[in-house]
Design a protein around this ligand. Sequence first.
Ligand SMILES: NC(=O)c1ccc[n+]([C@@H]2O[C@H](COP(=O)([O-])OP(=O)(O)OC[C@H]3O[C@@H](n4cnc5c(N)ncnc54)[C@H](OP(=O)(O)O)[C@@H]3O)[C@@H](O)[C@H]2O)c1
Length: 238
Amino acid sequence: LKRSDRTNWHILLSPRNAERAQRLSRLPGVAVAESNQQVADRADSLVLAVRPQIAEMVLGGLRARPGQKVISLIAGLDRGRIAALIGADPDLICRAVPLPFVAQGRDATPVFPPDPDALRLFDCLGQALAVHDQKDFDLLAALSALMGSYFGLIETAAGWSAHQGLGPDLARAYLGHLFANLGQVLVDAPQDLATLRQDHSTQGGLNEQVWRDFGTAGGSSALTGALDQVLARIQGRS
Ligand SMILES: NC(=O)c1ccc[n+]([C@@H]2O[C@H](COP(=O)([O-])OP(=O)(O)OC[C@H]3O[C@@H](n4cnc5c(N)ncnc54)[C@H](OP(=O)(O)O)[C@@H]3O)[C@@H](O)[C@H]2O)c1
């Protein structure tokens, strides 16, 4: 946020992680509060970013101010529950799913409902995506759970090629550029996804063969099944 030239907000940090808070407080306009409650007492907008596993315990001891905006990054905790825990107005609570790319100012961050202040905040870290529907927000959150599998797919392919004798540096450099270029095509190209897949698969060729074998072995259904399970967890159904 402080690297962005689009904001000069003052930021008041929780003292919880003393080392991190101390380091960040060297930046202009950043201070460390004495407690979480002091942040809630003083901030115009309160950002909640503790892990879901401890959220109920931490938020249960916190009181929001009347009229205070709340931006929650906590996965799987809905607005009604947050409102009940901290005594905030549910209509003033919004949720966002920032990914680690915010650090480079390159994230596309879903914000639901699209509160103007929250949109402005995440526009400073890349691009905010205005989401008007709870279900859409849950689905985008489920898709964000693909990051580990993205690296896992590359790890599996690199492991396979290493087993065949390819040096790991060569495999990593090649796969890194392959996937970076494909990501750029995905962002830039107007074609739908099936067309992009076909355009990158010669008829009767190697790419077509891998995709067919992946599907036949249950790869596609494993992926959609895993996303079903993640969505159920996000929506509190499992
Ligand atoms: N990482 C992602 O890609 C991602 C994506 C979407 C959503 N989220 C959500 O974002 C939230 C944070 O995730 P993260 O990956 O950034 O986790 P993280 O690195 O573990 O950050 C959590 C922070 O909360 C602090 N904390 C712990 N107990 C606290 C307390 N009682 N009061 C105040 N702060 C406290 C931790 O401090 P200590 O280090 O001292 O424990 C740590 O700085 C989670 O709710 C997660 O669901 C993360």
